[in-house]
Design a protein around this ligand. Structure first.
Ligand code: 6PG
Length: 252
């Protein structure tokens, strides 16, 4: 495993050999964040394919037995506006992979998609987050989440914050509706905003496979993309496997 500081302040790149090492390293970070907080822990999950291996790993005996499930709460950073049992639903994927096997139902916090519109779903989830947090303003001294998991899309989006969409510039709202996606699946989305996602002790990107190399190169070059703007008020880590790492990555 090689670690280096990226050109971006407070962002660290950790390189691992392959996708299974990446899932294991991510699971270790999940555990570290849980152990660091002896009280109620809040973890914000992500959708897409990148975290699936991590989620399945957490459900295996070796990891499952280490997690104090009763005190860990699981949120989701963005949702596709499809029914809760649709295979495209991000929380459905996480539930199937590990949450329904391990976590108390009351600790699972999906974005409701049976509301009339993505915007209504966003207001609903924002008020759920605010009630969990106990305030409607984020306090820089008190992060909303212990850990936020993230992925990056081929266009540099993260969560459902797509390049040049107004949602990326949102500074007040915690959650917004996104009427149309920039990439597949082309369904409306609901997404946490950069301030809400950034209110965390650690933001952990999982970046895996050769298809991610081009976008990772652009991010490492400091291009202004939603994924490069997503930053924790604490630590931001890009966990990257060698297939995704640019060939000329020096480890700076
Ligand atoms: C979603 C995600 C999205 C995802 C990236 C990466 O709803 O699709 O939350 O932001 O993390 O698109 O997706 P992959 O892991 O599938 O490459």
């Amino acid at each position: 495993m090689a670690a280096s500081d990226n050109r971006q302040v407070n962002t660290k790149v950790i390189a691992v050999s392959d996708s299974s090492a990446l899932a294991k390293a991510a699971a270790e970070r999940v555990m570290t964040r849980i152990v660091a907080n002896g009280g109620r822990v809040a973890i914000c999950l992500t959708g897409g394919s990148s975290p699936k291996q991590l989620y399945r790993l957490l459900a295996t005996d070796a990891w499952r037995s280490r997690i104090p499930w009763n005190r860990v709460h699981w949120f989701i950073g963005d949702e596709r506006f499809v029914p809760a049992d649709d295979p495209l639903n991000n929380m459905a994927m996480a539930r199937l992979a590990f949450l329904d096997l391990c976590a108390p139902a009351c600790n699972i916090h999906p974005i409701q998609t049976d509301t009339g519109s993505p915007e209504q779903a966003a207001f609903h989830y924002e008020s759920e987050l605010q009630s969990f947090y106990g305030a409607d303003q984020l306090d820089p001294a008190r992060p909303l989440f212990d850990l936020v998991l993230m992925g990056v899309g081929p266009d540099g989006h993260t969560a459902s914050l797509f390049p040049d969409y107004p949602a990326v510039e949102e500074t007040e709202r915690w959650v917004v509706g996104v009427p149309k996606a920039h990439v597949e699946p082309f369904v409306p989305r609901v997404t946490l905003t950069l301030p809400a996602l950034g209110s965390c002790r650690e933001m952990l990107f999982e970046v895996s496979g050769p298809d991610k190399r081009a976008i990772l190169t652009r991010m490492l070059d400091g291009e202004n993309l939603p994924a490069s703007r997503a930053r924790s008020m604490g630590e931001t880590i890009w966990l990257v496997d060698t297939a995704a790492l640019p060939e000329d990555f020096s480890g700076q």
